[in-house]
Design a protein around this ligand. Structure first.
Ligand SMILES: [Zn+2]
Ligand SMILES: [Zn+2]
Length: 327
């Protein structure tokens, strides 16, 4: 299927929904890192990614091809002898900025001890280093993750949302990457099963059997992800009367703080991959009667953020900020 870069892809009836597409496109360690440098540093050329990332030519070639196929980059020649192309973000690609901004903020606020600090985002309008705050686009209020409820819409169901086996790719082996490459985000959404597990946790899965039933994943995969999520402190167990089979897995504050990343990824999916039946998931602002969609506000001036009004600078270049996510 050709994915037009500036209009949504029309999906077939009964097939993968927007969540499956959002996971299938973005939940890959190398793709996240390639997109990070495209969105925050304006990287467009093959050799630039090779200088920034310990990535092989074969893997980078395959990922760039895939990113072009799904309409996030388009290719334009910049030299003709020999012919070379650069990869430019399309409108579909540019609209991933809220996801990348919320990843940067979460890594900066919650994933400590990195050798290479996460870069800082500066808001042009107020000139200050900021964190994006999640707000409701309907009423404009800033909201906590607990204040957002989600339920499946007409194209939503677990089978239609979970990673599609025909899309799944072999692990890239980038777990050897050093710090500075969004280490905790990669644990949570660096591959498709992990991303689906996080989605299930936000939609209320607490027990091993609930994760397994919803995802239809092998037990070894579920056990592995639960262990890794606990190791970085996004889930904690609540024992059920000393019976391991009754243990519950609960999101910690750190886990809940990641919600804006998942929310912005799903919104991106629903904007660009349209199922004929309707949305995959419908969010509501808890305690109100209205739907919820994300608006990101500047933590410093309160203004509504726009991707073109944000720059990314090395952390050392700015004064310590106020209003950072508490650790
Ligand atoms: Zn609202
Ligand atoms: Zn601002």
């Amino acid at each position: 299927m050709i994915h037009p870069p500036d209009e949504p892809t029309r999906l077939g009836a009964g097939g993968d929904n927007a969540i499956a597409w959002a996971i299938g496109v973005t939940a890959d360690e190398w793709t996240l890192l390639i997109l990070r440098y495209a969105l925050t540093d304006g990287v467009t050329r093959f050799h630039q990614w090779q200088e920034l990332l310990p990535i092989s030519t074969a893997v980078l070639t395959a990922r760039l091809r895939r990113i072009c196929e799904v309409g996030i980059f388009d290719m334009a020649p910049y030299a003709d002898k020999p012919l070379r192309h650069e990869y430019r973000l399309t409108p579909r690609g540019m609209s991933l900025w809220p996801m990348m901004a919320t990843i940067c903020a979460w890594e900066g606020g919650w994933a400590h001890g990195q050798a290479e600090p996460v870069p800082v985002m500066v808001h042009h309008r107020c000139g200050r280093a900021f964190d994006p705050l999640m707000a409701c686009s309907t009423c404009g209020e800033t909201v906590e993750p607990r204040e957002v409820t989600g339920e499946f819409g007409p194209s939503g169901s677990w089978p239609r949302s979970a990673p599609n086996t025909t899309l799944r790719r072999r692990s890239s082996g980038s777990s050897t990457l050093g710090p500075g490459f969004f280490p905790h985000t990669r644990v949570l959404v660096g591959n498709r099963w992990s991303a689906a597990m996080m989605g299930a946790a936000y939609l209320g899965a607490h027990r091993f059997s609930e994760f397994q039933r919803r995802l239809g994943a092998p037990a070894t995969v579920i056990a592995d992800r639960l262990r890794r999520f606990q190791a970085i402190g996004v889930l904690r167990t609540v024992d059920g009367e000393n019976r391991p089979d009754r243990s519950e897995y609960r999101l910690t504050d750190k886990g809940r703080a990641f919600f804006p990343v998942v929310m912005t990824a799903i919104e991106w999916g629903q904007r660009w991959f349209i199922a004929p039946e309707g949305p995959a998931v419908i969010f509501r602002h808890r305690g109100s009667e209205h739907p919820f969609s994300v608006l990101l506000r500047c933590s410093e001036c309160g203004g509504v953020l726009a991707g073109r009004e944000i720059s990314v600078v090395p952390r050392a270049a700015v004064q310590p900020r106020h209003g950072a996510i508490p650790s």
